[in-house]
Structure formats: C-alpha cells, structure tokens
Design a protein around this ligand. Structure first.
Ligand SMILES: Cc1ncc(COP(=O)(O)O)c(C=O)c1O
Length: 307
C-alpha cells in the first residue's frame, strides 16, 4: 500500500483489518502483534499513509462478541499515537429473521436426517428465526456493556471514535424472490413417501449450498391450473445431471399436488441466495433477472442486465 501510494504521489487512507483471537483459523485480518507492527509502520510513513482506524472480521451473530472486539479496537485507536485514527468498522453480521423465533425453535427441536432426501445432513443452518435482527441486532451491539462503560455507544462517544457498519444480508431483507418453473414431477410417494420435483434451473441459483447448508424457508407453490387441495410431500431438484443439484433436500409438504408448468417461488432471496453461484458451465442460458420498481402506485419491471 505504501509503495502504491508513493508511486501515485497520493496519501492512502487506511483501516487496518484486525483478526480477533476467536477467529484463529480465519484467512482475514491481522493478529494483535501484526497490528502493532502495521501501526508502527503507519506512524513512520505519515507522508503517504493516513491510518484512519480499524475494521475486523468476525463470523457469527453474537452482539456481545462484536461489541467486545469493537471496544478493543477503540482502545487501539486511542493508543495508536495517530490523531487520524478515529474510526472502528463493525462490519456486518446483523441477522435477518426469515421466520418467527417460535417457528424456528419448533423446527430445530424436531429436525432429523429422515426429513431430507437421501438422509442428507448439513454443516449447520443459518439462524432463520433470530430473536433480534437487523436494526435491533445493531442496537444490541451498541447497547452491550464493555469494560468500564455501560455501553459500546457510550465508550465510542466518550473517546470521539466513529463507528461504521457494513450490513450485507440485513440491508437486503425482504428484497428479491427466486422463481422456478416446474419441469417434471416423479411421483414416488408410494415407494419413497415423497415426490421428486425437477425445476428449470439449478441450485446455483439458490446459493446456501455454498455453505454446505440449505435455504430452509419453504417455497410457495403457484399452480398453473386449478386443482383440489391435498397434502403433497416433495423435495426440489435442479435440471442438471448432478445428483447433488438439489434446491430443497428437505421433504416439504405442499397443500396441493405439484405439476409441470407450476411455479415455485422462494422469497427473500436477495441476500446471498439469488445468483452469486451461477455459472454457464451447463450450457443452459442463465436465469433472467428482473428489476421491479414501484412508481406512482404502479409496478414497473425491466430486465436487469449487468453492464
Ligand atoms: C468485509 C465485509 N463486510 C460486511 C459484510 C456483510 O456481512 P453480513 O451479510 O453478515 O451483514 C461482508 C460479507 O461477507 C464482508 O465480507
């Protein structure tokens, strides 16, 4: 960074990324002693480097852990010896609530491999029914008591340190839906106890499998024709030749039979689910992306092309 700034005859503004002790196996950030060295280097090269503060990488959704790390970095700013060092970036990690906490508790209590196609097991699930989410989760971080202060917010204020946030998933809460047309239905209810539905699309368009996990909220069924209500249990697969190409391994109970031509709609998918893993390797056109806008009480849509 120093050499880059020097070659361009500019001063670079920096936040150093700290790696908390609890993230020993993370690829991101610097340990305390590495941060010490980096701060010393910044102090010695103020002609080209302006150290403005710290950021950090922390997996998980625990407000106290985030507040604790931020508090540590406020102290680092104070003791950096650099008057420019006045910001701490809390990152993201503000949970999104997809279902009620009660619903989630009930689900996790009864969850079992038999509920999934192939008795599939996972590395874990996103906390779909977070007790506190979005802005509430941020409030919890700011209100957490940290050493010698009643809250992180008060400590930051007392030392004139600005806190920055970088919400990702929470910023997209309730945005986006992913829509798949049903291509085929193998009705194996009499042998397996559930049907195998194949959609035009693939699990690349529903990216939770990236985390060895599953997007658990159930898709809505929009039927192409009228039919009688009756429980219909199915898992949902993609249209590739990979056995592992499953959008929903879980055997979900729909309230009507599914037929080719119907639509399955996964809600709230903008945050990490939609298209981050798509790839044209299968030679099939990638799904269209549609942007919908409310203007003067009318919905307008257009295809959303990447520039
Ligand atoms: C540097 C950085 N900041 C913020 C975020 C957003 O995190 P979240 O979606 O948990 O809010 C990410 C996500 O990967 C990130 O890498």
């Amino acid at each position: 960074m120093y050499h880059l700034a020097q070659s361009r005859h500019v001063q670079a503004r920096l936040l150093l990324r700290y790696r908390p002790d609890t993230q020993a196996h993370s690829r991101f950030g610097m340990t305390d002693s590495e941060c010490d060295q980096a701060v010393t280097f910044c102090r010695e090269h103020t002609d080209r480097l302006i150290l403005e503060g710290f950021s950090f990488h922390l997996s998980g959704y625990c407000p106290q852990a985030r507040a604790h790390t931020a508090s540590h970095l406020i102290d680092r700013c104070r003791h950096s010896g650099l008057p420019t060092c006045r910001q701490v970036n809390l990152g993201g990690g503000f949970a999104v609530s997809y279902v009620s906490p009660e619903h989630w508790r009930t689900f996790t209590r009864q969850d079992s491999p038999e509920h999934y196609h192939g008795q599939k097991t996972f590395g874990g699930f996103y906390p779909y029914g977070a007790l506190r989410s979005g802005a509430q989760a941020l409030e919890d971080v700011l209100a957490s008591a940290v050493d010698g202060h009643t809250s992180l917010a008060k400590k930051a204020q007392a030392h004139h340190i600005a806190l920055i946030i970088e919400p990702g998933r929470a910023l997209l809460d309730q945005a986006g839906l992913s829509l798949f047309r049903v291509q085929g239905v193998k009705d194996r209810r009499s042998t397996d106890g559930y049907a195998h539905v194949t959609v035009q699309g693939s699990s690349f368009s529903l990216s939770e499998q990236w985390f060895n996990s599953e997007f658990l909220p159930e898709p809505l069924l929009l039927t192409a024709s009228a039919r009688d209500a009756s429980p219909f249990v199915a898992c949902i697969g993609g249209a590739t030749c990979l056995d592992s190409d499953m959008l929903t391994w879980r055997k979900v109970t729909f309230n009507q039979p599914i037929q080719p031509g119907d639509l399955l709609i996964y809600l709230n998918t903008a945050g990490y689910q939609m298209d981050s893993n798509e790839s044209p390797f299968h030679g099939v056109p990638l799904p269209q992306k549609v942007a919908v806008r409310l203007h003067a009480q009318h919905l307008h849509w257009k295809l959303d092309h990447l520039a």
